[in-house]
Ligand binder design. Structure first.
Ligand code: GLN
Length: 270
């Protein structure tokens, strides 16, 4: 009886913590048989670090963080018999959070790239993406070559930032902490274009009449989950579960839930 009480108290505490951090993605772990011997940052939990400014991957709905990555995290946690808990932070703090053991994994529409691979290990990729250009409908920028010498708004520390900084001749790169602020800069004529990932670009353009996405994607990228370097126990479990999600249709189900068949831009980026 005492044990039952303790368990109840623990789950109440977990529920409270979840609501404090304002994240959803709770897992129904009662049917699971344990966590495959994985030790996590906080016992019984799988803490996922993200930046909830990246619809449809992670964004706020009321107090909750929802989206493709939230559902993937919840599924992984459930399979491991753990409680998913989200830590919402600046995008460029996520790798450090994983490295320092503040979070078990980083999942944030994060592209596998060489610099990041020096600091964290990545899972197998779970989706493809690409950088695209958002401009105003009447912009003289019609193709990537027209970006030369222009003011480009990006989200700081992203692959869009890297592309603008390294691949566009004479560009002035304005860095914002949120993608939404970069988009706002174009709407307010403070910048000529935004370079950002295709699916979030879609979400912004749908919400802001007068903006368009240029057809030609700039990059082909793959998103994956980051874990602390050398944490092979967690990494191999994540990879196993991601493969299972591909097999059993769970990944397609999650994608369909948030993309609603709106796959066109990713097709071009592949
Ligand atoms: N895919 C981009 C990157 O990894 C952007 C991710 C994001 O802004 N959440 O840098």
């Amino acid at each position: 009886m005492k044990k039952v009480k303790k368990l109840l108290a623990l789950s109440a505490a977990a529920a409270m913590l979840m609501s404090m951090t304002g994240c959803s993605g709770s897992s129904e772990n009662s049917d699971n048989t344990g966590n495959a011997g994985i030790s996590t940052v906080s016992e019984g939990k799988l803490i996922w670090a993200t930046n909830a400014e990246f619809e449809p991957y992670e964004y706020r709905e009321g107090d909750n963080v929802v989206g493709i990555d939230a559902d993937i995290s919840a599924y992984i946690a459930e399979q491991l018999g753990l409680e998913a808990q989200c830590e919402d932070m600046a995008f460029d703090s996520i790798i450090a959070a994983v490295q320092s053991g503040k979070a078990d994994m980083g999942i944030a529409g994060m592209t596998i790239d060489e610099d990041r691979l020096e600091n964290v290990d990545f899972s197998t990729p779970y989706t493809d993406a690409g950088q695209v250009i958002i401009v105003k409908e009447d912009s003289p920028i019609k193709a990537p070559a027209d970006l030369a010498g222009k003011t480009i708004a990006v989200q700081s520390g992203t692959t869009g930032d890297t592309y603008a900084s390294e691949n566009v001749d004479g560009a002035k790169v304005d860095r914002y902490s949120k993608g939404a602020e970069a988009v706002m800069a174009v709407l307010q004529n403070k910048a000529d274009a935004v370079i950002i990932d295709n699916r979030p670009a879609n979400a912004y353009v749908e919400k802001n009449p007068g903006l368009i996405i240029l057809d030609e994607p700039l990059t082909v990228e793959q998103y994956a989950i980051a874990v602390k370097k050398g944490n092979t126990a967690l990494l191999s479990e994540i990879n196993r579960i991601l493969a299972e999600m591909e097999e059993n249709g769970k990944m397609d189900e999650i994608m369909a839930k948030y993309l609603g068949g709106n796959e066109d831009l990713t097709e071009t980026a592949e």
